[in-house]
Ligand binder design. Structure first.
Ligand code: FNR
Length: 364
């Protein structure tokens, strides 16, 4: 049951109808420590804001009279079918948003027919998440200083049937989020980082684990220890995209970590075109950071992404109603994406083309 009848301060609106309704609910409902943890951006939040503004600066160029009576949103990522190209990004410590945490997310994502990326920093174990649903799952990895710890995590993900490893490469150090520093952020004592020890001193623990000496040699090393497909999460330049292709990765997730790492890097939708062009079809390209509407996903696909991933909206869904809340968030994304396809004259994702998006400057 929803905790609040009042969503977004609008008494008349009892059921959320858009993603910001879930956000507004979460802001009222969650403890400040949790809300700040979820919503903060690094430093002044310039990239955090740009992630939204850059989407809003793009205009859609719809085509008409193209028989859109039947719309197929399905596609594949790394050879696996998904019902619509909006997947779930890894976010750590989901039990802070709802007691069912990652298990609730996995069930809702499975029902929606898309892909869940489980964070290494989850508050449920890899095994528990895997056994809670049979849906498509990727595992997000930060490579640890102790490579045996990393190998152990990869083996768990392999055994649990995860299809790919999303290696986060934009976090050799953790970004500065003012609110978290002020709040002296800590995982509530009843929760643990389930994939490692019974550790609760998250920040220092995390920092002590992360290997900040990684280089591109990481990729052949990963290939030597696992047959799982490899996606690099956190690429923002054509230069690194070319290297990623050279090193033979299977996918690139264009991400600025939802504006949480290095402030003033570009919005991902603005970085996407140079990366798509550099990759030239040699691996799949995805995008996250700031996706809040079906039209955002549409714009990303038009500019060459194969799928998008969403982070915070899932946590807001969890905070609203656990599994059902996440299901509702995903349903809104699905409905909005279908509408965007129908209203632009697209019956399949292959119909979504580059000329369907233009910068607002083109109209001024
Ligand atoms: C994240 N993100 C993240 N990324 C990652 O690789 N490992 C992680 O454990 C986490 N944890 C995490 C926690 C929280 C609270 C947030 C908001 C984000 C980043 C995440 O995968 C993704 O890149 C962004 O969330 C995408 O931006 P939006 O959709 O939140 O705007």
């Amino acid at each position: 049951k929803p905790v609040f009848d009042i969503v977004g301060g609008l008494k008349a609106c009892r059921e959320p109808v858009c993603i910001s309704d879930f956000e507004n609910h979460a802001k009222e409902f969650l403890p400040k420590n949790t809300w700040d943890y979820i919503c903060s951006g690094a430093n002044e939040g310039i990239t955090l804001r740009e992630n939204r503004c850059a989407f809003d600066r793009l205009r859609l160029r719809p085509r008409v009279l193209r028989d859109v009576s039947s719309i197929d949103m399905s596609t594949t990522i790394l050879g696996e079918k998904i019902d619509f190209p909006i997947c779930v990004a890894p976010t750590a410590m989901q039990k802070m948003a709802h007691p069912d945490g990652e298990i609730a997310t996995a069930k809702a994502v499975d029902q929606a027919g898309t892909c869940m990326t489980l964070s290494l920093g989850s508050t449920s174990t890899i095994e528990d998440v895997a056994s809670s649903s049979s849906g498509l799952k990727w595992f997000q990895l930060n490579v640890c200083k102790d490579r045996d710890v990393t190998i152990d995590l990869i083996r768990k993900a392999e055994r649990a049937g995860f299809k790919a490893i999303a290696v986060t490469v934009d976090t050799p150090y953790v970004g500065r989020k003012y609110a978290e520093i002020r709040n002296k952020f800590a995982l509530p004592p009843h929760l643990t980082l389930a994939n490692y020890t019974n550790e609760t001193g998250v920040k220092s623990h995390y920092a002590s684990l992360i290997d900040s000496s990684l280089t591109w040699d990481l990729i052949p090393w990963l290939r030597s220890v696992t047959k799982l497909q490899i996606v690099l999460k956190g690429i923002l330049t054509a230069e690194d995209a070319r290297l990623a292709v050279q090193y033979g990765v299977d996918g690139i997730l264009v991400s600025n970590h939802g504006g949480r790492q290095l402030d003033t890097v570009p919005a991902t939708i603005e970085a996407l075109p140079e990366i798509v062009s550099a990759v030239d079809g040699k691996c799949e390209v995805y995008l996250d950071s700031g996706v809040r509407f079906g039209t955002d996903a549409f714009k990303a696909l038009a500019l060459g992404a194969r799928a998008v991933f969403v982070g915070r909206p899932v946590l807001w869904g969890l905070a609203y109603q656990g599994e059902e809340g996440v299901a509702k968030v995903l349903q809104i994304f699905k409905d909005e994406f279908k509408l965007a396809m129908g209203l632009t004259g697209c019956c399949s994702v292959q119909d979504i083309s580059r000329d369907m998006v233009a910068h607002e400057m083109q109209y001024s």
